[in-house]
Write a protein that binds this ligand. Structure first.
Ligand SMILES: Cc1cc2nc3c(=O)[nH]c(=O)nc-3n(C[C@H](O)[C@H](O)[C@H](O)COP(=O)(O)OP(=O)(O)OC[C@H]3O[C@@H](n4cnc5c(N)ncnc54)[C@H](O)[C@@H]3O)c2cc1C
Length: 584
């Protein structure tokens, strides 16, 4: 077949923080690197990260990486792998300094050191007083980091394929990944990219839910590509709802607002977090605060005409602090809630925010898949960033730990890949290429039928109703059945006005398939886990059950099955943090 083909040493799919930090390791060492992104690189979702990145620099309050490690293990509700967590917390410190040296304009303290703010779940001395560990560039940290990484990649001559959409991985009969089929969005021309190693760095899948803080592009494409290549998704039931999205809309109001001294109140003006988390109050971990808000609203203490949200008060911080530390938040409040945060509190409610689960990898970014009774590295495939699950976040991620995760493990993947690129290119078989092409050709269907939009809206609404903050067997059972029925309707979808809207209609259809694959993984994994842990809250099984459920779940596309594997409780050099009750 006459498909155009390009050949590189490494193919990186995704130009967010994870993809760009992997690319820079390689390009700097003279490898031929292709980075494919469906949007212009600096529009990746990393650009929207507000609050900051964690590292125990101890610039504001005493700190060290071991305390950071403890907080992350506890925050994960003991489901995170402690070897990976130790590695990440140690690497945090050189990672932030490397960013600084590469040009990230961090906010500064009067003594010239990097400014650090308090975030939820941070403590000194293994659970003691609040720590201040989040390094920030005002409330636009992701913007500063992403632009810096992009510029450094331009300097290193990374080859960018901007506005190319990755359709599927190309996998040979032995299971090795040989590259991917991509589509140039502007022309609609498919292109094969062959590579010795491929990195999935495609970000999260927040678009599986109706109300989300995520960008439109976060449709879980990489996660779905992995599933189709026979790789399971790990711990997908653990989806984080950020406590403070703009009510009814979902745009994020950073936890940094509460870190700077903002707090939540109900309709009686009560600072209700004092009841739910007497010590940490508004800076308890995200799952705890989200459940508290939903409970306040359910029990009739919500604000607004229909009592459907609570209020985030920050006017007492004063205009000067708000303008200096939280300028983006003031802007977001004005645009999306019609509220000036300097004068009035912001209406907030939990919003779908972050996938703790994803493509299972080891701490070198190598993708793992069950083979027989064991687990093996998938030859030629890496994953890093929000689409991956190392796992450092376990059942709940702490604020400021995701930017850290994408940088540390993006870099680790780039470095590991560099060492294992010796092997020669293997030719792609015609059958493997045809299989990927058939996914594209399927979306030549025009005419009357369900529209992508209708089906997508229904699916996302169903996810919100049946896989949200609180989940019971009954709600979940019904949800999984409905989601499956919606997935079956994919065959009835027709692209409307195809001739006029050109390729975007096809891309939206391909994205819908991916959203559905991720949504099913979340719902099926959640139905099976009969305990409450971290972000997964089951009123019918209200306690954490370490005897039966101290294990990672694996969702397999084939038969919508769930399997399990052990948690790595042994760190690299320090003692294990054994499971304890998690209170804030
Ligand atoms: C509003 C908001 C605020 C946040 N604030 C913070 C914070 O303060 N601190 C923190 O630690 N974390 C924060 N997070 C989380 C964190 O920003 C993300 O988890 C992280 O940036 C994800 O980075 P990534 O590199 O994995 O993916 P992304 O930055 O999402 O990039 C994904 C890339 O993949 C590409 N891509 C996807 N699919 C395809 C495809 N099919 N073909 C080609 N390219 C594709 C996209 O074009 C993009 O380049 C925030 C998240 C949100 C949504």
């Amino acid at each position: 077949m006459g498909l155009a083909k390009r050949r590189f040493d490494a193919l990186i799919i995704g130009a967010g923080g994870a993809g760009l930090n992997a690319a820079i390791q390689l390009a700097g060492r003279e490898a031929r690197v292709a980075v494919v992104s469906k949007v212009f690189p600096t529009r990746s979702h990393t650009v929207a990260a507000q609050g900051g990145v964690n590292a125990a620099l101890a610039n504001v309050l005493p700190d060290n990486w071991h305390w950071h490690m403890f907080d992350t293990v506890k925050g994960s509700d003991y489901l995170g792998d402690q070897d990976a967590i130790e590695y990440m917390c140690r690497e945090a410190i050189p990672t932030v300094y490397e960013l600084e040296h590469n040009g990230v304009p961090f906010s500064r303290l009067d003594n010239g050191k990097i400014y650090q703010r308090a975030f939820g779940g941070q403590s000194q001395n293994f659970g003691g007083a609040q720590a201040a560990r989040t390094c920030a560039a005002a409330d636009r940290t992701g913007h500063a980091i992403l632009h810096t990484l992009y510029q450094q990649n331009l300097r290193a001559r990374t080859h960018f394929f901007d506005e190319y959409f990755a359709i599927d991985l190309i996998r040979d009969d032995d299971g090795a990944i040989l590259g991917a089929l991509v589509l140039e969005i502007e022309t609609g021309e498919p292109l094969l990219i062959e590579a010795k190693a491929t990195v999935l760095a495609t970000g999260g899948c927040g678009q599986a839910f109706r109300t989300t803080s995520n960008a439109h592009i976060n449709t879980g494409d990489g996660m779905a590509m992995a599933l189709r290549a026979g790789v399971p998704l790990m711990d997908m039931e653990f989806y984080q709802f950020h406590p403070t999205g703009i009510a009814g809309k979902g745009m994020l109001i950073t936890e940094g607002v509460r870190g700077e001294g903002g707090y939540l109140v109900n309709k009686d003006g009560e600072r209700f977090m004092e009841r739910y988390a007497p010590n940490a109050k508004d800076l308890a971990s995200r799952d705890v605060v989200s459940r508290a808000i939903v409970t306040e609203v359910k029990e009739g203490r919500g604000c607004g005409p229909n009592g459907e949200h609570v209020l985030l008060k920050l006017d007492h911080l004063g205009e000067e602090i708000i303008n200096k530390r939280l300028p983006g938040i003031r802007e977001t409040g004005k645009i999306f809630a019609g509220v000036d945060a300097v004068r009035e509190p912001l209406p907030v409610f939990p919003t779908a925010h972050y996938a703790m689960g994803g493509i299972p990898t080891d701490r070198f970014g190598r993708v793992l898949a069950p083979i027989g009774t064991g687990e093996e590295v998938v030859p030629g495939l890496y994953a890093a960033g929000e689409c991956a699950c190392v796992s450092v976040h376990g059942a709940n991620r702490l604020g400021g730990n995701s930017l850290l995760d994408i940088l540390v493990f993006g870099r680790a993947a780039g470095l590991d890949l560099m060492q294992h690129m010796e092997s020669n290119h293997r030719p792609m078989s015609e059958a493997a290429v045809d299989k990927a092409m058939s996914r594209l050709e399927r979306w030549d269907r025009k005419g009357d039928g369900i529209s992508v939009r209708e089906l997508r809206d229904e699916f996302r609404k169903c996810m919100e109703d049946h896989a949200g903050v609180f989940r019971t067997e009954e709600i979940m059972d019904e949800g999984v059945a409905r989601l499956k029925a919606l997935r079956d309707q994919l065959d009835d979808v027709r692209l409307q006005d195809h001739s006029r809207v050109f390729n975007t209609a096809r891309i939206e259809a391909l994205e819908l398939e991916n959203i559905m694959a991720c949504g099913m993984a979340i719902a099926v994994s959640a139905l099976h886990r009969r305990e409450s842990r971290g972000a997964h809250s089951r009123p019918d099984y209200p306690s954490r059950d370490d005897a039966n459920w101290m294990k990672h779940s694996l969702y397999l596309l084939d038969g919508d099955r769930a399997e399990y594997k052990p948690v790595q409780t042994r760190p690299l050099s320090v003692e294990t943090f054994p499971p304890k009750e998690r209170v804030y």
